[in-house]
Design a protein around this ligand. Structure first.
Ligand code: AMP
Ligand code: MG
Length: 401
C-alpha cells in the first residue's frame, strides 16, 4: 500500500507533456496557457486623458480658483479614437474626453466639473481650479511596457487574464489540450436514473458527480453505459472507453471481492497496473494503470471514496495533462470551529464546510456511503492517523468548491 504523496508522485511522473493547441482568445477562459506571452505593445499605447475636460499647460492655470478663474482660448477638440493635429500652445486649451490622446504641448487635463463656459463666448473656457503637471494623464506603457512578461505558461486563464491579453491585441493563444476522460461505473446493482428501482438495486450516482469534477478540472468528460459485474463485460467496456478516450476513470469493482473485475479485465487487455491501494481514508482500493500511453484510474465504488480519490489523485493528473504548473487543490488556511478526530490508522481526508467567516466544521457523518455530508461539503481536511485536531487549531483546507 502506497502513502498518498508516493502515489501522487508516481502518477504525475507518468503523465506526459501535452501537445498544446491554438484557440481563439474568446475560448481561452479557464484553459491552461502553454506559452509565455511578452507584451507586443505599450499599454496604454499612447498618453491619454483620464477625464472628460480640457487639455492644458499646467502653468497656464496656476493659481486658478472659483473666485479668480483663469481663462484660456479653446483651440479645438479631440474625441476618443482621434488624434489632434497641432499642439496646445501657451494660453490655449483643447476639449478632451476620457481615452482621447493627449495633444502635444499639453501636460495636464482639468476635469470638466472644474470649468465654466459661456455660450456667448464659445472660444473661451474659464478654469476654477489649478492642476499639477501630468494630473489626469494616463501614461503610455504605465500598465504594461512593450516586451515585459504579460503571462506565463502553466497558469489558468482567469477572466482577468484573458481581459489583459485582449487589450494587448491577441486574437488567440496556445493552451494545453483537454483530455477526453471516459467514465465507467461498474456494479450489477446500478440502475440508470429514470428507470424503476428493482429489489437490491440503487441509482448510479458516481458518473454525474465525477463528470462535474472533470469539467471543473478543465477536462472533457464522456459518460459510458453501466457495466455489469462480469469479466467479459468489464473488458469490453474498458476496451471501448480506451479506444476513444485519453484517460479512463472507472468506479467500483476494485476491491477484494470475487466480483471485482476492473484490475483483471484491464490486465487481460494488456494494461499495465502501476499500483493498487493507497493509505488514505476514504479510498484505499484505488488503482492506477497505463495502457498504450493512456491512463486508467480505478476508483472505489463508494460514492465518497470515488469523489475524494478523484480530487486527491485524478484531478492533479488531469491538470498536469493540460500543462498546469499547480495541480493540487487550492489550500485555504482556516480555523476549526470544532474538533476533528481520526481514530483510525490511515490519513483521513474529512469532508468539511468552510463558512464565509473562514471557520471549518465537519460536513456531517464521514462514512464513505453518506452523500448528504458530501453535498454540503466544500473542502477536505487531512487529519493524521490517531489524531484529534482541537477546536481553534489552524488547518490547511483543500477546497474544491
Ligand atoms: P464496490 O467498490 O464495487 O465494492 O462498491 C462499493 C459500494 O459502492 C457498494 O455499496 C456499491 O453499491 C456502491 N457503488 C458502486 N458504484 C456505485 C455508483 N456508480 N453509484 C453509486 N453507488 C455505487
Ligand atoms: Mg461493486
Amino acid at each position: 500500500m502506497l502513502e498518498y504523496e508516493a502515489a501522487l508522485a508516481r502518477i504525475l511522473a507518468t503523465i506526459p507533456a501535452t501537445q498544446p493547441e491554438r484557440v481563439p482568445l474568446a475560448q481561452a477562459h479557464r484553459r491552461i496557457l502553454a506559452e509565455r506571452i511578452l507584451s507586443p505593445l505599450d499599454l496604454p499605447p499612447f498618453d491619454n486623458s483620464a477625464m472628460d475636460g480640457y487639455a492644458v499647460r499646467a502653468k497656464d492655470v496656476q493659481g486658478a480658483t472659483t473666485d479668480s478663474p483663469k481663462s484660456l482660448r479653446l483651440r479645438g477638440k479631440v474625441a476618443a479614437g482621434e488624434t489632434f493635429t497641432g499642439a496646445v500652445e501657451t494660453g490655449g486649451c483643447v476639449r478632451i474626453f476620457t481615452g482621447s490622446p493627449l495633444p502635444p504641448g499639453a501636460d495636464a487635463v482639468i476635469m470638466q466639473e472644474d470649468t465654466r463656459t459661456d455660450p456667448s463666448k464659445p472660444d473661451t473656457v474659464w478654469f476654477l481650479d489649478a492642476v499639477k503637471p501630468w494630473e489626469n494623464v494616463r501614461f503610455r506603457g504605465e500598465d504594461m511596457k512593450h516586451g515585459v512578461v504579460a503571462d506565463e505558461a502553466g497558469g489558468e486563464l482567469s477572466a482577468g487574464r484573458v481581459n489583459l491579453l485582449a487589450a494587448l491585441g491577441l486574437a488567440g493563444v496556445m493552451v494545453g489540450k483537454q483530455p477526453l476522460t471516459g467514465l465507467l461505473a461498474s456494479g450489477s446493482e446500478l440502475i440508470e436514473a429514470g428507470q424503476p428501482l428493482t429489489p437490491g438495486g440503487i441509482y448510479e450516482s458516481n458518473r454525474i458527480g465525477l463528470a462535474a469534477l472533470i469539467t471543473q478540472a478543465g477536462a472533457v468528460p464522456k459518460v459510458f453505459p453501466l457495466v455489469k459485474d462480469t469479466l467479459a463485460e468489464t473488458r469490453e467496456a474498458l476496451a471501448a472507453a480506451f479506444a476513444e478516450c485519453d484517460v479512463v476513470i472507472t468506479s467500483g469493482g476494485v476491491s477484494v471481492g470475487e466480483l471485482d473485475f476492473i484490475k483483471s479485465a484491464f490486465e487481460e487487455l494488456g494494461g499495465e497496473l502501476q499500483f493498487w491501494k493507497v493509505a488514505i481514508k476514504p479510498g484505499r482500493p484505488f488503482v492506477f494503470g497505463q495502457w498504450r500511453g493512456k491512463f486508467l484510474f480505478g476508483l472505489p465504488g463508494n460514492p465518497v471514496s470515488a469523489f475524494v480519490t478523484f480530487l486527491l489523485l485524478v484531478r492533479p493528473a488531469l491538470r498536469r495533462w493540460q500543462g498546469a504548473a499547480e495541480v493540487n487543490l487550492p489550500r485555504q488556511t482556516a480555523a476549526l470551529a470544532e474538533s476533528l478526530s481520526n481514530s483510525g490508522g490511515r490519513r483521513h481526508f474529512m469532508r468539511v464546510r468552510i463558512d464565509d467567516a473562514g471557520l471549518v466544521r465537519s460536513a456531517g457523518t464521514q462514512a464513505s456511503h453518506i452523500l448528504h455530508s458530501l453535498a454540503s461539503a466544500n473542502a477536505l481536511v487531512d487529519v493524521p492517523p490517531g489524531t484529534t485536531l482541537p477546536a481553534g487549531s489552524p488547518v490547511q483546507a483543500l477546497r474544491w468548491e
